[in-house]
Ligand binder design. Structure first.
Ligand SMILES: [Zn+2]
Length: 369
């Protein structure tokens, strides 16, 4: 949803523009040039309105970027990296690298954006007001940009996730109750309710006023609901992955001699235990891991003459996760190694295997993967 065309860097943070944004920019300039400005200042040439409209749009979208930069710089101050800033359909999004650890940090990061909008709104409006008598057109352009910043400020302070107000709400509940997941849930439900209100209000206006602008309200409402739901499920996933250790979901390794043949492994272990993973020992030391799949892959006619030493994946080549590390770290390890499973070690000794399917089964309990 937040993909985009890379434009460059801002304070070292990649800055992207989502393709949908260009449409919004064009629509925005069109509305200001043909409807808003001609009503505010009468009798200017058409091209003057267009130049002013583009100026308002640049100031406005520049302000949105500054708003996101506000979140980003505070976040970075707390040591939380910012992956990118993207301008999309309704505004900006700063993608933060990892979840915030403390409620107070979340609160300050959430407030930094609205603080920038407030400052810019006040500045544009104030300067616009000052120069209005002398340069009415420039004054109106600045006042419009100021007004839009205040609209962004008010919209973002609505207390529903993922808006800044929702983040403030989450930080407050999190700080008071100490439960991050519960706080996220409340803020997410609140965000969904506000989204539903937007949709209901939009539909009401479409039918009573036949106002096409109300379609935007419906769209924003729908967007809020889907964002709030995604944010909660992401928090839920993070929480489950962090709470469980690799040892919670590992399948223990059964030790066998690397000199056993595939046939012996099958008749002595695989058929009777049904276990998938075996630790092949050479001179009593772990040499590799053999899986049921590795045995099944070779023709049955050669099982009797194929020692496990030939089949196994050498132990040094298998990525490692410690038994006390979290499932999140295990999943990350699999992603980095592009492997479907890892060995779990205790005091440096392999004791089990964690598979991607086992980690994912945490997230969807009751569903077989
Ligand atoms: Zn914000």
């Amino acid at each position: 949803m937040f993909g985009g065309i890379r434009i460059g860097r801002l304070a070292g943070i990649p800055f992207l523009i989502n393709p949908t944004w260009f449409l919004v920019f064009a629509l925005f300039v069109f509305t200001i040039a043909t409807q808003e400005l001609p009503q505010m200042i009468i009798g200017e040439a058409e091209w003057v309105y267009w130049v002013c409209a583009v100026t308002v749009a640049v100031l406005f979208f520049g302000s949105l970027v500054a708003h996101e930069l506000g979140h980003s710089l505070v976040s970075r101050r707390f040591g939380i990296p910012v992956l990118s800033i993207t301008l999309y359909l309704f505004g900006g999004v700063a993608q933060i690298g990892k979840e915030v650890r403390r409620a107070r940090e979340e609160l300050l990061i959430a407030l930094a954006g609205p603080a920038v909008s407030l400052a810019l709104g006040g500045l544009f409006w104030g300067v616009g007001d000052l120069i209005f008598a002398w340069r009415p057109l420039a004054g109106v352009v600045l006042q419009l940009a100021g007004l839009l910043n205040i609209v962004v400020l008010l919209f973002n302070l609505v207390p529903g996730f993922p808006l800044d107000g929702g983040r403030v709400l989450r930080a407050a509940i999190w700080g008071l109750r100490g439960d991050y997941l519960e706080a996220t849930k409340v803020a997410s439900v609140s965000g969904q309710m506000i989204g539903a209100l937007f949709i209901a209000g939009g539909i009401f206006l479409i039918f009573t006023q036949s106002d096409l602008g109300a379609f935007w309200m419906v769209l924003i409402g729908w967007f809020l609901i889907s964002m709030a739901r995604t944010s909660y499920s992401q928090a839920h996933v993070q929480d489950a992955l962090q709470r469980h250790k690799a040892s919670d979901v590992m399948e223990s390794l059964i030790e066998v001699s690397a000199l056993l043949t595939a046939d012996e492994l099958y008749s002595g272990y695989l058929r009777t235990t049904g276990k998938q993973f075996y630790l092949a020992l050479m001179y009593d030391r772990p040499a590799g891991v053999v899986t049921a799949h590795m045995v099944e892959r070779i023709p049955r006619s050669v099982w009797g003459i194929t020692p496990l030493a030939l089949l196994m994946r050498p132990i040094e080549s298998i990525p490692v996760v410690r038994a006390d590390q979290s499932c999140q770290e295990a999943l990350l390890g699999m992603e980095q190694a592009r492997s479907e499973w890892l060995q779990v070690t205790e005091h440096g000794h392999p004791v089990g295997i964690v598979t991607r399917a086992a980690v994912l089964s945490l997230l969807y309990p009751g569903r077989q993967l």
